[in-house]
Design a protein around this ligand. Structure first.
Ligand code: GLU
Length: 504
């Protein structure tokens, strides 16, 4: 196959936001296209008007943009196989369904929902499960069970109908999936799926197959949930006399609680986000934040997502988009479902955060200004270097550094109550004297001052922490002393002494 020949498509239905699985499908298509110098196409599969959600399309476009995996062709870009909305391709589907009818590979079915329910009941009473297939079709109200004249009259009388695919029984259908290998399906087990609905609109199966062929798609990379449709699609290609594209069904992303796959419907019941960017639920005030709003970098999100079902085959896990393109291969995609791990997602963000100290600085500087904090650039930079190891997201920097700017106005109650006695006052007073003699006031010099036994040292350190930070958190205490400087450190110690005195 020529390298330029690869054409893949991401074909979402506009039925709401993309979840992790959806955007991963887009990413793998993008990576595969770019790996082979091919074309990444975006097609909107909007044949199911009942499930149409108005802001989905802009959501999809914005998400692809945020992830920097924008299409080369299709919706929003245009291209030689326009239109890329299935709702605008009805005439094309009509034309091709006629071919199937003429060949006898499809047939009109006039059964109403009530008729079908009745049959289902009858079958179940006889101990069978009803399925509209080769064993049942001759028992139903369709063009296979009527004469040409009857069919003509029925169509003339404007009776409502659907068009079904006529599966030929008795075949062991051999198919190949690039991830799963050979798959054999017994055509006896397939039902006669609807290709054209009673409103004249093509179903997903018909539209998807025709479009993939007409748009010259070479590889179909899509979620595992579509694996069961592959046999019908292969049969449709065969009926049309077309060569099918190569198929690769991507592993499901599973819920950690073992309750199946991640889906839009269970977004609110999960304790981790599943949407790439925020989703405004139409006609409500509800906004569900996505990874973008929660502070993940797109690079980190994309890196994490790429490894959710694909193994690069090397130890390294950090890959830029270009590196992912260079390494990506379908052979290294997992066959089985993968569990999403939020901790790992945060780990990825942290790795990228470490590389984005400048961005961190700008955020920090802006944020400090908003809080009317004035300090030298150097000081902010020092804080960033000291705290970056403790955070996963830029916005966490403030909660890990406020004490460099603000003297505690209260103290962690539990510990404060424990140290509310004279001994603490004496220790703090001694410390004040010690501190005043340290020159220069550096963390190294300070460290060498405190040589008590380990246990006692630990207690004193906590006391200092309470005085300087207010809570028992923060970076190395001697570094905090150095950063605050002698005067401020002593003032904070005095403040704690006064508070203890007030309490006892
Ligand atoms: N419209 C389908 C979806 O939303 C696409 C399936 C496919 O890629 O064939 O998942």
């Amino acid at each position: 196959m020529s390298q330029n020949f690869v054409r893949v498509r991401f074909a979402p239905s506009p039925t709401g936001p993309l979840h992790l699985g959806g955007i991963r499908t887009a990413l793998y298509n993008y990576l595969f296209a770019k790996r082979h110098g091919g074309t990444f196409i975006l097609r909107i599969e909007d044949t199911d008007q009942k499930r149409f959600v108005s802001n989905s399309e802009s959501y999809i476009l914005e998400t692809l943009k945020w992830c920097r995996i924008e299409p080369d062709e299709g919706v929003g870009v245009g291209g030689p196989y326009s239109p890329y909305y299935q709702s605008k391709r009805c005439n094309i589907y009509r034309f091709y369904i006629n071919q199937l009818l003429e060949k006898g590979d499809a047939y009109y079915a006039f059964d109403t929902d009530i008729d079908i329910d009745k049959k289902r009941k009858e079958y179940s009473e006889r101990g069978f499960t009803f399925s509209y297939n080769n064993r049942v079709r001759m028992d139903m109200d369709n063009s296979l069970t009527m004469t040409k004249e009857q069919l003509h009259d029925k169509l003339q009388s404007c009776s409502s109908y659907v068009i079904r695919f006529k599966v030929k029984p008795g075949e062991k259908l051999k198919m190949h999936d690039l991830i799963r290998g050979e798959i054999i399906i017994d055509s006896d087990h397939l039902d006669d799926k609807i290709l054209l609905k009673s409103d004249g609109v093509a179903t997903y199966h018909l539209a998807n197959t025709i479009d993939d062929h007409l748009m010259k798609i070479t590889h179909v990379l899509r979620g595992e949930e579509w694996l069961s449709s592959m046999s019908l699609h292969i049969l449709l290609y065969r009926s049309f006399g077309w060569t099918p594209p190569l198929f690769a069904h991507l592993p499901l992303i599973l819920r950690k609680d073992g309750k199946g796959k991640i889906s839009k419907r269970n977004a609110s019941s999960l304790d981790y986000p599943i949407f790439p960017i925020q989703w405004k639920v139409p006609d409500t005030q509800i906004i569900i934040p996505g990874y973008r709003e929660l502070g993940y970098f797109p690079e980190a999100f994309v890196n994490m997502l790429a490894l959710l079902g694909w193994n690069p085959g090397v130890k390294n896990e950090i890959f830029s988009l270009q590196e992912l393109v260079n390494f990506f291969s379908l052979e290294r995609i997992n066959k089985s479902g993968v569990f999403f791990d939020l901790k790992k997602a945060n780990w990825f963000n942290k790795k990228y955060l470490n590389k984005k100290k400048k961005k961190c600085f700008h955020f920090f500087a802006k944020n400090s200004k908003k809080r009317f904090i004035q300090c030298k650039k150097d000081y902010l930079w020092k804080i960033i270097h000291l705290t970056i190891d403790r955070i996963h997201f830029i916005h966490e920097i403030w909660e890990h550094s406020f004490y460099f700017f603000i003297s505690p106005s209260s103290y962690e109650a539990n510990f404060f109550n424990k140290i509310c006695h004279k001994k603490s006052i004496l220790q703090l007073e001694d410390t004040k004297i010690l501190l005043s003699n340290v020159n220069p006031f550096t963390s190294i010099n300070l460290k060498s001052l405190f040589t008590e036994s380990q246990k006692e040292k630990q207690k004193i350190m906590q006391l200092f922490r309470l005085a300087l930070v207010g809570i028992l958190k923060g970076i190395d205490i001697f570094m905090i002393f150095e950063m605050l400087g002698k005067e401020e450190s002593i003032q904070r110690i005095e403040k704690l002494i006064n508070q203890i005195k007030e309490k006892i």
